[in-house]
Structures are given as C-alpha cells and as structure tokens.
Design a protein around this ligand. Structure first.
Ligand SMILES: [Zn+2]
Length: 140
C-alpha cells in the first residue's frame, strides 16, 4: 500500500489501525476502508449507546496478507458483558466480508476480479481483473 494512503488511514482511524495493514496491496484499500468503517461504527450496532460512533474501540485488528486473499483478525477490547449479540455478529460479519471482498478485488486496481491460478494458465497466482492478469499476455 502506498505510504501516504497508509498514513492517511492511520490518522483517520487511529486506534483501529495496525501496521500489518500497510502490507495490503493498493487494490485492497477499499475492502480495508470498509472494514475500518464498520469497526469504527460498532458502537452504533445493537442496543442504543449514549456514546458517539467509534468513540469506543471495540476491537484491536490485525491483517494477514496471502496470495489469494487477506484475512482480518480481531481481539475484543471490551469485557464480555458489553458485547450484545447484534454487535458481536456485526463484528464477525465485517471480518468475513473483508476476507470475501479481497477474494473478488484486483490487487492492482481494486476492480472486480477473481482468483487466477497457475494450473489454469496464469503465470502468477493471485486475484486480478482481466486487465492486470499477469498471464493474459501469454494467451495469444
Ligand atoms: Zn486490475
């Protein structure tokens, strides 16, 4: 990820940011922003809360980047009694959606994409759109 994008997200989401996120390719910036935004809004999910959205940091996040997807891991920062089922579910859904989105998003440009595998004629395994598929030039 470009350094200036990482720095901007770090400033914007402060406590939710973790340096592992800067290892994400540029194309996966949007799935990351969706994840951060949903985690930031977690205090508005479930029973009404007098605190403003995002004031509470419900989770600490880490990201692991793989060839064909990225995964987000969360550790709850609030004691168990604070976790209403709706809020816990919203947290798990945000993590699952991040993983799912990276599997369908070009690592280069962020366009719709799918997994290219070496055995299917691609040079490099990874999630690419038609334009950025590294194996595409070999097909002619
Ligand atoms: Zn692309």
């Amino acid at each position: 990820m470009k350094k200036e994008i990482a720095e901007r997200l770090h400033a914007e989401y402060d406590l939710l940011w973790h340096d592992s996120m800067s290892a994400l390719p540029d194309g996966w910036t949007e799935p990351l922003v969706n994840l951060l935004e949903r985690m930031y809004r977690l205090s508005t999910v479930g029973p009404s809360n007098f605190m403003a959205p995002g004031v509470i940091t419900w989770c600490q996040l880490r990201v692991a980047v793989y060839q064909s997807s990225a995964m987000a891991f969360a550790s709850p920062m609030m004691p168990p009694g604070k976790w209403h089922p709706d809020r816990a579910l919203a947290c798990v859904e945000a993590l699952a959606e991040f993983h799912g989105q990276t599997q369908e998003t070009c690592v280069v440009c962020g366009a719709d994409a799918f997994l290219r595998m070496r055995i299917l004629g691609s040079n490099t395994e990874g999630v690419f759109c038609d334009e950025h598929n590294p194996g595409a030039s070999d097909e002619a």
